[in-house]
Design a protein around this ligand. Structure first.
Ligand SMILES: [Zn+2]
Length: 103
């Protein structure tokens, strides 16, 4: 089924068919269509992704680097491994939210 192009309800930019993202607030209110640029700055989605990144990143860091952290022998490689461990679940959660909200 073909649908017409829509306008981003935040920046009013024209969005081609299939490239908009609709976020539905809780409580059954109507969804808000956004372009990719505005969708990436949609705070409720970012907040959920940050929570997922914090929870999953902490669990993965504890599992993978817990012995090194507890022994106090922090290798230089952990300076990039630990932040990356937090970034991966954040990016996965953000990608999943955008995939589910894409029109
Ligand atoms: Zn926009």
């Amino acid at each position: 089924m073909m649908t017409a192009d829509v306008s981003c309800q935040q920046c009013r930019r024209r969005v081609r068919n299939g490239a908009s993202y609709t976020f539905r607030p809780r409580g059954g209110a109507a969804g808000i269509a956004k372009c990719l640029r505005c969708a990436l700055r949609h705070w409720p989605m970012l907040r959920r992704s940050l929570i997922a990144g914090a929870v999953v990143g902490t669990a993965l860091t504890a599992l993978n680097q817990g012995d090194a952290i507890l022994s106090g022998q922090l290798a230089g490689a952990l300076a990039w491994k630990i932040p990356l461990t937090y970034c991966v679940p954040f990016l996965v959660a953000t990608y999943g939210a955008l995939s589910n909200s894409r029109n």
